[in-house]
Design a protein around this ligand. Structure first.
Ligand SMILES: [Mg+2]
Length: 221
């Protein structure tokens, strides 16, 4: 037990433990290109279509669901993502953070990622060796941006909300977690090919490696 009664860290995967550049390229390049090839639309038209369709389901599980996205765009997203495993890159210092955090806290991965993508990324990175639990939002039937997610998480994890801290690059998820009574830290630079975002609300760090300086007793604020 350490820092303000927090005993479990709920840790996001994409953009927090892994570099988000791969996911961004998939949604901004691969998906529009494949949709353009399929539909005969220009790449510019396909990009606009993909952006509009994704915006309409942002913050819901559908945005993260390979079957839902496959039917939305008429493409086999599971096949399209298969080749990505070799390109997955961890955030610098992610394993070291998990290793040190494990001396003081339970470490539970909480992700909106599709179960197929989650399994692929765990296999490719070996992350499970540094985790005490893995919870997939699809199994709870709600995304981390939704209040009900935290009610369902609490049924599985007694440290949610009052002894839990979420570490996440998804600012809507961070806000929802705080509203649900958890503490939360925002990751400002999930995509290493992009500059850090300017986060003005609440506790934020550039990346998970920066959180090592707060272990154990200064992790919460
Ligand atoms: Mg994320």
């Amino acid at each position: 037990m350490a820092g303000d009664g927090v005993s479990t860290l709920f840790i996001d995967m994409d953009g927090t433990l892994t570099d988000l550049a791969l996911d961004r390229l998939f949604f901004t390049e691969t998906l529009p290109q494949c949709f353009a090839d399929l539909s005969g639309a220009s790449l510019a038209e396909a990009r606009r279509h993909v952006v509009a369709e994704l915006a309409a389901i942002q913050g819901t599980l559908a945005w993260y669901s390979l079957p839902r996205l496959s039917s939305l765009f008429g493409l086999d997203l599971e096949a399209l993502t298969e080749g990505l495993a070799r390109a997955i890159v961890l955030q610098p210092g992610a394993i070291e953070f998990l290793e040190q955090a494990g001396e003081h806290y339970r470490r539970v991965l909480v992700t909106n990622a599709d179960p197929v993508v989650l399994a692929m990324k765990l296999r490719a990175t070996g992350l499970a060796a540094w985790l005490d639990g893995v919870i997939c939002a699809h199994h709870l039937g709600a995304a981390k941006e939704e209040a009900i997610f935290y009610e369902r998480l609490a049924a599985l994890e007694p440290d949610c909300p009052l002894a839990g801290l979420l570490i996440d690059d998804n600012l809507a998820a961070v806000a929802a977690a705080r509203r649900a009574g958890l503490q939360a830290v925002a990751i400002a630079r999930p995509d290493r090919s992009r500059p850090a975002r300017d986060i003005t609300e609440g506790f934020a760090v550039e990346n998970i490696a920066a959180l090592k300086d707060f272990l154990p007793e200064r992790l919460t604020r």
